[in-house]
Design a binder for this molecule. Structure first.
Ligand code: 3HC
Length: 407
């Protein structure tokens, strides 16, 4: 593809875990010849199995025409060395979130690929800028943040650094459009847009569970009833507790907000190797991808005496998340439309500004004030924009105007 202006060519994906295998599948479904790389042959076999299952399921659901799954799989090849990626136009790195490992992969890619190749990282917790700066040509490096499951979620966050060239961004956007993905542009900041809102919400849900404020099922059911496609605890298991903890740690480091200190339960589960669906056990226990019908808590959880606060759900978890969205908009990191696109296309959640409109700014402010008073945590201070909306003569109209202003 390089230099031809087309939108398919040869791609490499390094690291074929849940995300890497999904990204490889997305590229192959978009017509790319894809080489997936894992050092261990058994990891390649697992990835091949995952892609087989996903493409077969896509066919069964009519997302791929009959027989197309085989054509997609034929465009994929599997290798154990990065050296096999020498003639790629685009390489996406999706190895585990370990800084030294990612640096090593980038150093190797930098030496192997041609001068016109684009390099991307799917990191959700590391600085794209520092990975880019460690290469000989940082202008061709971007973050491409896909969402799990990558073949299902239509969003990709495109993260540019201060070193990324405009030409690289144009090419990347063209490629993603060719893959049928919607993109939002993000500056390199911990969490980007989507995780910047999602991960604090997930951490709060884990804290609620750990403190015995509500059962696992009460928490998840309440949020599903509020329109979420899955409950936050089930979503934690889908995302992976290790990934969540890594993103939280980076957000805590960057923003200094103690709400981002991982709930101790999450840290314990990660230390125990119980990472969620990918290991068969996390906050829930899985038989395949289905949670088993157990009512026992996660291992090691001894909930305090019952002091149920389930009646405060879903607002107690939902409103702080919406407050974060207003803070993000207020500091100029993202517009309301970008936030809505991010959450609805990255996570299939209702657009946060629709949820805020449904609750109403005045009610949201009352709930947020209660949370802030109770916790005395500055991270829960009502967003200035929320205060302003609620103080307007017509708060609903003020919210409507805020949403329209950025179109
Ligand atoms: N290929 C293509 N399409 C597929 C597919 C595949 N392999 N698997 C499923 N689909 C489609 C189905 O056809 C269906 O489409 P439809 O809605 O048009 O009918 C849709 O995806 C849902 O599939 P299912 O009906 O089989 O499954 P569920 O309805 O149980 O949904 C789910 C499962 C897709 C996981 C859904 O619950 C969901 O989207 N949850 C939210 C997940 C989320 O938030 N992901 C982002 C996490 S954050 C992240 O990844 C970033 C990281 O850095 C932390």
């Amino acid at each position: 593809m390089a230099g031809t202006g087309g939108t398919s060519g040869r791609a490499g994906v390094v690291g074929l875990g849940t995300m890497g295998a999904g990204i490889a599948e997305v590229l192959a479904r978009g017509g790319w010849s894809v080489t997936g790389v894992e050092e261990q042959p058994d990891a390649l076999t697992r990835a091949e199995g995952r892609i087989m299952a996903s493409t077969a399921y896509a066919e069964s659901r009519g997302k791929l025409a009959e027989g197309e799954g085989a054509a997609v799989r034929a465009r994929l090849s599997y290798e154990t060395s990065i050296d096999a990626l020498a003639d790629c136009d685009l390489v996406v790195e999706a190895v585990p979130e370990l800084p030294e490992l990612k640096q090593r992969v980038f150093a190797r890619l930098d030496a192997v690929v041609g001068a016109n190749a684009l390099l991307a990282t799917n990191t959700s917790s590391l600085s794209v800028t520092s990975l880019a700066a460690s290469t000989s040509d940082p202008s061709r490096v971007v973050g491409l943040h896909f969402f799990n499951p990558a073949p299902v979620q239509p969003l990709v966050e495109v993260i540019s650094t201060v070193l990324t060239s405009a030409g690289t961004l144009d090419r990347v956007r063209e490629i993603l459009a060719g893959l049928g993905k919607t993109t939002i542009a993000c500056r390199d900041r911990a969490g980007f847009v989507v995780n910047g809102l999602l991960i604090g919400y997930l951490n709060s849900a884990a804290t609620w569970y750990e403190r015995g404020y509500a059962t696992r099922e009460e928490i998840d059911d309440a949020l599903v009833s509020a329109g979420m496609p899955m409950g936050p605890l089930a979503l934690l298991d889908l995302v992976g507790l290790d990934v969540t903890v890594a993103v939280l740690q980076r957000m805590y480091l960057q923003f200094g907000d103690r709400r981002y200190l991982p709930a101790p339960l999450l840290t314990s589960l990660v230390e125990a190797g119980l990472l969620g669906r990918k290991t068969g056990r996390g906050l829930y226990t899985y038989d395949g991808s289905t949670p088993t019908a157990t009512t026992t808590g996660a291992p090691g959880v001894v909930p305090p005496p019952p002091a149920s606060r389930a009646g405060e759900l879903p607002e107690a978890l939902l409103v702080p998340y919406l407050n974060d969205a207003l803070t993000m908009v207020g500091v100029g990191y993202a517009s309301p439309a970008t936030v809505d696109t991010g959450m609805s296309l990255g996570c299939r959640m209702p657009p946060p500004f629709d949820q805020l409109a449904a609750i109403g700014p005045e009610r949201a402010l009352a709930v947020q004030r209660q949370v802030f008073d109770e916790t005395a945590d500055p991270g829960y201070r009502p967003a200035l924009l929320l205060e302003q909306l609620a103080a307007a003569d017509d708060p609903d109209l003020a919210l409507h105007v805020l949403r329209r202003a950025d179109r």
